[in-house]
Design a protein around this ligand. Structure first.
Ligand SMILES: *Cc1c(COP(=O)(O)O)cnc(C)c1O
Length: 224
């Protein structure tokens, strides 16, 4: 790894693109089954970028109890991205909510003083539940239930490679029905730094702006 880092071709990723980072982003998008992907310095920043683009003040988002976005990101989903968190119980097993719970929580009236529930944030594997894995059919049911209720879906896939390996499926089989996904390069894959956040090309164009806003644009990033 150290040799590959020393020999990496680099550019300036803030000005235009670093060729090695671009190759990594293209490969990541392909593996994750999305149109595009963006390198980010950490999984926390990847989640925050996605949630910032999905949520507006007065919105509420659903996530399984103990999810990283609820417990290990200092509340940035609320105070920076502007969404009120609502933890979902693990009715289907450790770390796993049921589609019925999502439907029940998503439909909370039209009162002018009610939060608007606009996003489901899944996590696979669910780290706080001991690395619990959601298989593809169950994942697709949860995403479909959310979409039926008009919610967007973000997947915290910090450990998605581990889930895919455990289930023996390609990572893209676990992103069906999601709008955005964050996957860490620094966990199971052992890279020193970094994550990717992925989705449509429009999403990634906006995500690049938010990354810059948060100070997450790097220059000769190919070495990472
Ligand atoms: C590690 C982790 C993150 C955050 O990644 P960092 O690179 O440490 O910011 C987010 N979600 C889950 C599930 C994680 O395990």
């Amino acid at each position: 790894m150290a040799k590959a880092m020393a020999a990496a071709e680099v550019g300036d990723d803030v000005l235009d693109h670093d060729p090695t980072m671009r190759a990594l982003e293209e490969k990541s998008a392909q593996l994750l089954g999305t149109a595009a992907a963006l390198w980010v310095p950490s999984g926390t920043m990847g989640n925050l970028i996605a949630l910032s683009l999905h949520l507006h003040r007065g919105d509420r988002f659903l996530a399984p109890r103990g999810a990283h976005v609820l417990t290990h990101e200092l509340g940035s989903a609320a105070w920076l991205a502007g969404g009120m968190p609502e933890p979902l119980e693990w009715n289907a097993g450790p770390g796993r909510p049921t589609a019925d719970v999502i439907r029940a929580e998503a439909s909370d009236g039209e009162r002018y003083d009610a939060l608007r529930t606009t996003l489901l944030c899944l996590e696979n594997t669910h780290n706080g539940a001991g690395g619990a894995v959601i298989p593809p059919h169950e994942h697709a049911q949860l995403a479909a239930a959310a979409r039926d209720c008009g919610l967007r879906v973000h997947l915290d896939g910090a450990r998605l490679w581990n889930a895919a390996t455990s289930l023996g499926v390609p990572p893209a089989a676990l992103t069906v029905g999601v709008d955005t996904v964050q996957a860490c390069l620094s966990k199971g894959l052992g890279a020193p730094v970094g994550s990717v956040v992925a989705g449509t090309s429009d999403f990634v164009r906006e995500a690049r702006r938010v990354r810059k806003m948060l100070g997450g644009g790097v220059r000769q990033g190919g070495v990472l």
